[in-house]
Design a protein. Structure first.
Lengths: 209, 133
């Protein structure tokens, strides 16, 4: 009987354990109030991905309660310092890069996927991002996360098979002309920084804490 | 047109999933992310981007919810355009509002002041080193 109860409890623990809780102890000990977002390393073939992604990151981080350094200014300053190559910035010691701006923590983002797969009648747009926040004093990783999002244009059923085919064909054509990665990147950021247990803790300027 | 509608539908669905994001935000963003995205997409329209940043600041000031970094971002556009007086003003505003920005803003202000002085001495502004050091 006891064994059954323990088994049941273990099962329940496993079920609730599905949302993998992050270990935030290092982050909470470091208590950063400001985050420096450096240019993004782009592993995809879309050359515009890094800049486009950069435009999506300030809002969720600042809304989480942190001072976020102005991303465009930071990017331009690093270029002036001869650090226009994002890989170079990511491999440099965090202390050195942070020292240029006086921040508490530094966020590195790597774009692992930013692509569209064209099928005959529908298209799937994929975005995969790896985030890591490091402490500017020690260089230690305080938090990291990987998030993937996929988007298929909504196939609203017309209730008529032929009508459905036409809608799907239009969707594929539209996405092919301009695959829209940015809303997907925003969604990935929103999920990453708004899901409790996944996200970094609330910062000092957050509305709710 | 269709893309625009699709985009809007998608934006709404993103808002719905992000839930808290759209209902009440800590800061008055005024589509800052969208505007920065358009700037990266079409950098030639720099004046338009500058004007948009200024708008976000003015709107934000009305509700006291200017987002972090916005004064500095706008100040930097003025710096790049060679209006060092204006850039100083906005770097100072950023510095006053956000203590976290003070070290960087002090550097930006002294850079802008230096360039302002030398642009008055000579008609041609000299090339200064990057500044953030």
């Amino acid at each position: 009987m006891k064994r059954i109860v323990t088994l049941a409890l273990m099962g329940a623990a496993l079920l609730t354990g599905c949302v993998h809780q992050k270990d935030l102890s290092k982050f909470e000990a470091a208590k950063p109030t400001s985050i420096l977002v450096v240019p993004v390393v782009n592993e995809s073939v879309e050359v515009t991905a890094s800049d486009y992604f950069l435009s999506t990151i300030s809002v969720p981080l600042a809304e989480r309660g942190y001072y976020v350094f102005p991303v465009n200014l930071v990017k331009r300053m690093l270029e002036d310092e001869g650090l226009s190559d994002a890989t170079l910035v990511h491999t440099a010691p965090p202390q050195k890069v942070c020292g240029l701006f006086g921040s508490d923590a530094i966020l590195y983002v790597k774009i692992k996927e930013w692509s569209a797969k064209y099928m005959v009648l529908s298209t799937v747009v994929n975005v995969k991002l790896a985030y890591a926040i490091k402490d500017c004093k020690t260089g230690e990783t305080l938090w990291e996360h990987e998030e993937a999002m996929a988007y298929t244009p909504q196939n609203n059923s017309t209730g008529n098979p032929l009508g459905d085919l036409i809608v799907m064909a239009i969707n594929a054509a539209v996405t092919k002309a301009a695959p829209n990665y940015v809303p997907l990147a925003r969604q990935a950021n929103a999920k990453t920084f708004n899901t409790e247990g996944l996200s970094i803790p609330f910062g000092p300027y957050a509305l709710q804490r | 047109m269709r893309i625009a509608i699709l985009g809007r539908v998608f934006a709404v669905s993103v808002c719905l999933t992000a839930a808290s994001g759209c209902v009440s935000t800590r800061y008055s963003w005024n589509d800052y992310d969208q505007k920065l995205y358009h700037h990266y997409k079409d950098p030639v329209k720099y004046d338009e981007f500058c004007a948009q940043l200024k708008e976000i600041i003015e709107d934000g000031e009305e509700s006291g919810r200017v987002p972090p970094g916005l004064y500095a971002e706008y100040g930097f556009t003025q710096y790049e355009k060679g209006d060092f007086k204006a850039s100083c003003k906005y770097f100072k505003l950023e510095s006053d509002k956000w203590p976290e920005s003070r070290a960087l803003m002090a550097k930006m202000i002294s850079n802008a002041e230096l360039r302002d002085k030398s642009s008055k001495k000579q008609s041609q502004p000299p090339v200064t080193e990057g500044g953030a050091q």
